[in-house]
Design a protein around this ligand. Sequence first.
Ligand SMILES: Nc1nc2c(ncn2[C@@H]2O[C@H](COP(=O)(O)OP(=O)(O)OP(=O)(O)O)[C@@H](O)[C@H]2O)c(=O)[nH]1
Length: 476
Amino acid sequence: MAAVVEASGLAAAPPVCVLVLGMAGSGKTTFVQRLAAHLHGQRCPPYVINLDPAVHDLPFPANIDIRDTVKYKEVMKQYGLGPNGGIVTSLNLFATRFDQVMKFIEKRQNASKYVIIDTPGQIEVFTWSASGTIITEALASSFPSVVVYVMDTSRSTNPITFMSNMLYACSILYKTKLPFIVVMNKTDIIDHSFAVEWMQDFETFQDALNQETSYVSNLTRSMSLVLDEFYSSLKVVGVSAVLGTGLDDFFVQLSKAVDEYERPCLEHCVQLWGPWYKKDMDLLERVQRRAAKTIRGLECLSYEERLRELGLFNLEKRRLWGDLIATFQYIKGAYKRDGERLFDRACSDRTMDNAFKLKEESKSGEYRPEYERLRKTLEKAQNKQKREQLEHLWKDMGSVCVQGSTLAGSDDASAMGPSELILTRGTLDEEEEEERESDTDDIDHEVTEESHEEPAFRNFMQETRMKYQRRSNPNE
Ligand SMILES: Nc1nc2c(ncn2[C@@H]2O[C@H](COP(=O)(O)OP(=O)(O)OP(=O)(O)O)[C@@H](O)[C@H]2O)c(=O)[nH]1
């Protein structure tokens, strides 16, 4: 029932993109199937996208299926690639046409409240590839997007395996920077409460670790301390994709995650408020001192460190009010339980009239339009970056496309991509697209991947090379 409420509660909102990731065999596909069936049952049909080119049988009808676009086995055969190389290259090809997918989603946004995306079994193919980043960023810059990390609970009963799984989840969270839900799947085999206890109670986890004699257990012990902060804000749901249990709770968490996506982040606040209020340095210092006093011990340390990291302790006049708001936003975010109270107390203080005014303004809606404006500006910049990334991808593909015609030499590379893909499922406008030959032969997936290395890394390599040259030819 709760799911019905949740599903219908988002009626007027843009569709929520649910990116389903997880280790091979964790149950992603079964979970997507279950979610889709559940939403169909609620008369809230989702828009389903399959990004796994190597899956044999899809147990759910996909509106867009990468297999309709790229023939994974052909790609493997033609380039002499292994299975992983074939999947990476297929995903790269698909990413070059992801703008089409975005158009389909936009067209369907009134009909579907959820877009569910199943990803390749080999998780790193998506999370650590250029195409995975392009796809994630394209979705997240246009729609509220949430990462759902599916894990096999029955295979995580060993504390060391559990920790490895959590470390992986943590790395994905930092990579995607999106709201994150951990779905502990297969609870029909084993209840997930043991894992939740491990996350909430450090000592219980230590007890479990004490049973382990492996040398890794020491490392795991230290890592569990580090992960404490990650756990504290993590949304966890126990689910059985096979039985369909836990879905109501999942939708509750999903709704919270969407709220999180909508909430302005700290950096936005600094940019937003900074230029508006440029006065009263003393006030900010007083507030910061008070905030630092309120949060003691370890918390105080991490709070100060974080502020320093963000440059908020270097009080410059021009960012003064941005700092103030950012400080409070940070407190609110990092210390959810106390933050709101602290914020209210500070705002209602007589010396905090201005801060109080700011809060009122944000309530009366002045904040929102400004944030929207800011978001649009950011989106524009992101789109530009995305276009540039895509152009890179095209160029790389073109540069290895020898035999007569190279895309790199073409005036409009995007007009004659290596795979003129047609997305055939569940779309009304397929006919608009012309079917053209796929000339996927010209892709070298390694070159494609390398082209997306950070410029900083390239500079580093260049400098190192020059250093070696200088050393070997000191007279030059
Ligand atoms: N008992 C039980 N088995 C499950 C559950 N969910 C999935 N499975 C089984 O786990 C196996 C893998 O499920 P998939 O849905 O194919 O997992 P996946 O993560 O999509 O797999 P890849 O795409 O190959 O990585 C299948 O045999 C499923 O039947 C569950 O909730 N309970």
